[in-house]
Design a protein around this ligand. Structure first.
Ligand code: TXA
Ligand code: MG
Length: 341
């Protein structure tokens, strides 16, 4: 692929204007959302969408999310329904993606040939300004090279995509830090395919009922079709080998210390309250609670790689609320390597 000069710019009005023009001309722009940075292109321009797959090195069988600036814009892309309307009314703009039967106008590469399309309205002033200015719907996956942790700062995007895309708008660190909740509304009962900041409890409360795909917390078998294709691909993986240590608090800390002491170039991912108990060992602070840990996780994985860490031992959290999203990303980054303390 030809190299291009990549510019990282502040989110000024003129930067938004320039980005909107670039998008309207079929180009790619990386922009901040409340979850992670996205790599956007005109969702109705199949060639522009192809360029996203090329820049990311993304497998063509992994569909993209279409970002809209207004709920009514989504209606043109899918067969909207009552549950979608209720969920959008409650959670849009916000970290919730809805999967619905697609209309024929949606290019096949956006949906990877599926008969459904994923839609969301991001809750970030820069993303919303870009959608508004360009008057486009934007197909936008996370702006990382495929297989790398999702980018939660503009610098992460630059680290992965320098020379591959022309423009990155810097909106500072992302507030949520893990990707949106994905819910399939194309059959009777809403099915949560990917956990995020909007929790299963919240979706059930608005939709009346919902189920969590059991693939959320276990590896797929080789012969199994993924309900959400993204779940099949190796994801979020750091270069270091990551293990998740679970059990009673005290036993976990003891186990992690023992494992760490036996491993060269190791690091520990621990919640703030436990950090002092690891003595002088090399600890990355996950923060106070699952919410902070979710916000920091991808950044810490990248930092560990940057510092040449080869082995990571990480504490776990309960799978309640936002904990499910955190544990889903951690389990995948660890290739489901759990150690019982
Ligand atoms: O928070 C987010 O959702 C971020 C920001 C940029 O908006 N985007 C994001 O996109 O995470 P991406 O491409 O990294 O993840 C999209 C996920 C994948 O797991 C994909 O398989 C799933 O959504 N997906 C997309 N279309 C789908 C469909 N029609 N049916 C089932 N899953 C779908
Ligand atoms: Mg992604």
């Amino acid at each position: 692929m030809e190299t291009v000069r990549t510019r990282l710019v502040a989110p000024t009005a003129s930067a938004i204007d320039e980005a909107a023009l670039l998008l309207r001309a079929g180009g790619l722009v990386a922009f901040p959302t409340e979850t992670v940075y996205g790599l956007g292109a005109n969702a109705l321009d199949a060639a522009a969408v192809d360029a996203i797959f090329a820049a990311k090195g993304r497998p063509g069988d992994n569909p993209l999310i279409v970002h809209v600036g207004q709920t009514e814009q989504a209606w043109g892309f899918c067969d909207w329904n009552e549950t979608a309307q209720r969920l959008a009314q409650t959670y849009w703009p916000g970290p919730l993606t809805l999967v619905l039967p697609k209309k024929t106008m949606v290019p096949d590469n956006v949906t990877a040939g599926l008969n459904t399309v994923a839609l969301r309205m991001p809750d970030h002033p820069v993303a919303l300004a870009l959608l508004q200015k360009s008057q486009l719907a934007l197909a936008a996956p996370s702006a990382n090279r495929s297989g790398r942790p999702s980018p939660t700062t503009a610098q992460h995007v630059l680290d992965d995509l320098q020379g591959l895309i022309p423009l990155i708008i810097d909106g500072g660190p992302c507030r949520v830090g893990v990707e949106s909740t994905v819910v399939d509304l194309s059959s009777q009962i809403p099915l949560l395919l990917r956990p995020g900041a909007v929790t299963p409890e919240e979706i059930c409360a608005v939709a009346g009922t919902c189920r969590v795909a059991d693939s959320v917390m276990r590896p797929l078998r080789a012969d199994e079709t993924a309900p959400s294709p993204g779940m099949r691909h190796r994801h979020y993986a750091p270069q270091a080998r990551l293990s998740l240590v679970r059990g009673q608090e005290k036993a976990v800390i003891q186990s992690i210390c023992r494992l760490y002491d036996q491993s060269p170039s190791a690091a520990i991912f621990a919640f703030s309250g436990h950090v002092p108990q690891y003595g002088g060992r090399r600890v990355f602070d996950l923060g106070r609670d699952p919410r902070q840990a979710a916000q920091r996780l991808f950044s810490l994985l990248r930092q560990a790689d940057g510092e040449g860490v080869e082995r990571i031992f990480c504490e776990t959290a309960s799978e309640e609320g936002l904990g499910l999203a955190l544990m889903n990303r951690l389990a995948r980054a660890a290739s489901f390597d759990f150690i019982d303390a």
